[in-house]
Design a protein around this ligand. Structure first.
Ligand code: EUG
Length: 607
């Protein structure tokens, strides 16, 4: 580490900014930021840039349209993106582009940012986009790290930054254990507010990093680590601005004067919520969520398993226990190399060679970890009063110890700052920042995730692991695999860290991702979520019955968004005006994310 430590500019606090860091985590944020800056080498361009004008409109017309919008929303709520791009870092994330860019940073980029203050202003923006035929792309907080951040799929889209001004916690109901939030409410913010109001009996469910939008993460079907870890399952009620400007409320929200919006998700009739998740069919402006009551005690546990091959037997043990709820939370089954990276040091600390870090080096370094060398680690939590926890813990212990070489790590032997305690906070609903440590594996560290869904079966888990390992090794990349254990499936999250200032490495990542997606699809596996650059390819693998699902999605898209203004290309769903013009990104080595123009709007779709 460099010795000439420079003063690290302070991370904005949650009190000052809707997307800031809670005061209790300020020191950790400063330390994390210092570590990132310490090894950063990418020079930030300082010259002004030309704004990226979206295809289908001339620059002059576009600038006039922006003037029109400035008049409607006030000048300070419309910003043109013509300044140098700043990548920032997790806590000071850009809303202009993907700071974790696997393609060139000018590819997935906004032409302008607008900041609506309420649902009525979101409607105005949507009507404006229809009038001028300008693509818009909504974000909540815009972190979504590893999947494209705040960036739009179509170059030059106008990013609608909902979070900056729409960040109210509209309700916390301590009796029903529910909440209702706007897009700009982060996991950090809700947690702090619940503490401030003294609702000691209410827990929230949080992902590994707490800076994301609850609404945005839930719509993208993100995960957390309490028994309420599947966020989409635990939501109830949406308010949505449709691409043509109408506002709807789903579920019980459609019934005037109801008091059940956040407790019964379905309401009456067709259940619409699903089409607004990972989609471009509407802009969600309110979201209800269930909160978990404090279970009356909790206890983290960690088991380690020696051999790579143990994965097969271990996953077979996990399945019945998880379905029966003896394993109660969305746990993580991690590879030891990620624990090494969690120390926050670059990989050059341990290995200076070319290509993937060899297994023997990983295991040599792992000997110095608090839990010693191993290959897999299961971080779980038992909930409830002591007697109830013990009943479950005894079963878990008996089952896990069937694997030769398995060890239970005694938490009392672990230092206060051990990674274990971060997992302990997260699985008990306390948002943290610890997981970011591994972006330092490379200087200018960015990351991308390959996230296939696996049955909780030994053979499937092992097959996916082999696909990922083979392809990463072939491309000379290190991989950080984590199985996120749902109830009847697991998300295998393969995080790949890369130096975003190294075009060769970015190309290797790109090739590797494409290959893993294809390999997995050949074996019948698909991803639960992905980065902008891979949405077309993955959508293409969900092609049963002659692409019937995509045809259905396109029909919905054309009906709900006849001008094709809302997030074109999101999840591989392209509006009619873009189809057949080569916008899809499916192959290696493509130089541009753009297609060949857009069709002129048809006269019949004037709103
Ligand atoms: C993780 C990361 C994800 C995700 C689910 C879990 C956890 C990493 C970047 O995406 O979708 C440790």
């Amino acid at each position: 580490m460099s010795s000439q430590k420079q003063a690290v500019p302070p991370t904005p606090l949650l009190e000052e900014k809707h997307n800031g860091i809670p005061a209790r985590l300020f020191d950790k944020a400063q330390k994390t930021k210092a570590r990132i800056l310490d090894i950063a080498t990418k020079t930030q361009v300082t010259r002004r840039r030309e704004p990226a004008i979206p295809q289908g409109i001339e620059k002059g017309k576009f600038l006039e349209a922006l003037e029109d919008l400035s008049r409607q929303l006030r000048k300070e709520n419309v910003e043109i993106v013509d300044k140098p791009l700043k990548d920032g870092w997790y806590m000071e994330n850009p809303n202009t582009h993907d700071s974790m860019h696997v393609l060139d940073d000018e590819e997935f980029i906004a032409s302008a940012i607008v900041y609506p203050g309420d649902t009525a202003e979101v409607q105005k923006i949507v009507l404006w986009a229809n009038k001028h035929h300008i693509p818009i792309f909504p974000i909540s907080i815009g972190r979504n790290f590893g999947y494209g951040g705040a960036a739009p799929r179509v170059r030059g889209s106008v990013v609608v930054d909902l979070g900056r001004r729409m960040n109210k916690i509209l309700d916390i109901n301590p009796d029903d254990c529910t909440c209702l939030v706007e897009p700009g409410v982060t996991f950090y913010a809700l947690y702090e507010e619940i503490q401030a109001r003294g609702y000691k009996h209410l827990w929230i469910d949080v992902p590994d990093l707490g800076g994301g939008s609850i609404l945005g993460n839930t719509l993208d079907r993100g995960v957390g680590y309490t028994p309420y870890g599947d966020h989409w399952t635990f939501h109830s009620g949406l308010e949505v601005v449709l691409p043509t400007g109408e506002v709807i409320r789903t579920g019980m929200g459609a019934l005037p004067n109801n008091n059940s919006w956040q407790i019964f998700p379905y309401g009456f009739g067709p259940y619409a919520d699903g089409i607004f998740s990972q989609s471009n069919f509407g802009i969600v402006t309110k979201l209800g969520m269930a909160l978990m009551p404090d279970p009356g005690g909790y206890e983290s546990y960690l088991y380690t398993f020696q051999k790579e091959e143990d994965l097969t037997q271990l996953v077979e043990i996990i399945r019945p226990l998880r379905i029966a709820n003896i394993l109660e939370n969305v746990a993580q089954l991690r590879h030891v190399v990620e624990q090494i990276a969690c120390l926050g040091k670059p990989r050059s600390t341990y290995w200076q060679g070319e290509g993937s870090m060899p297994d023997d080096v990983i295991h040599e370094v792992a000997k110095s970890l608090s839990h010693g060398d191993c290959t897999w680690l299961y971080y779980g939590m038992a909930y409830g009063p002591k007697e109830i926890r013990q009943y479950k813990l005894d079963i878990i212990h008996k089952e896990f110890m069937k694997i030769p070489g398995a060890r239970r790590i005694d938490p009392s032997t672990l230092p206060k700052d051990d990674y274990f305690w971060s997992r302990d906070r997260i699985a008990s609903g306390v948002p943290d920042l610890e997981e970011l440590a591994w972006v330092n594996w490379h200087p200018n560290g960015a990351h991308i995730a390959f996230s296939p869904v696996s049955p909780v079966r030994g053979v499937d888990a092992t097959k996916l692991w082999k696909i990922a390992k083979t392809r990463c090794n072939e491309n000379g990349l290190d991989l950080f695999p984590t199985y996120v254990v749902g109830l009847r499936e697991m998300h295998l999250i393969v995080e790949i860290v890369f130096n975003r200032d190294d075009p060769k490495m970015r190309k290797a990542i790109h090739d590797c991702m494409r290959a893993m997606i294809d390999d997995a699809a050949k074996e019948g596996y698909g991803e639960y979520r992905t980065h902008l650059a891979f949405m077309d390819q993955i959508a293409g693998t969900y092609n049963w019955n002659d692409n019937a699902l995509m045809k259905f999605n396109q029909r919905l898209k054309d009906c709900l968004d006849p001008n094709g203004i809302l997030a074109p290309g999101k999840s591989g769903v392209w509006p009619a005006r873009y189809r057949g013009r080569g916008w899809e990104l499916t192959k290696e080595g493509r130089e541009t994310s753009e297609g060949n123009g857009v069709a002129p709007p048809s006269a019949s779709t004037k709103l």
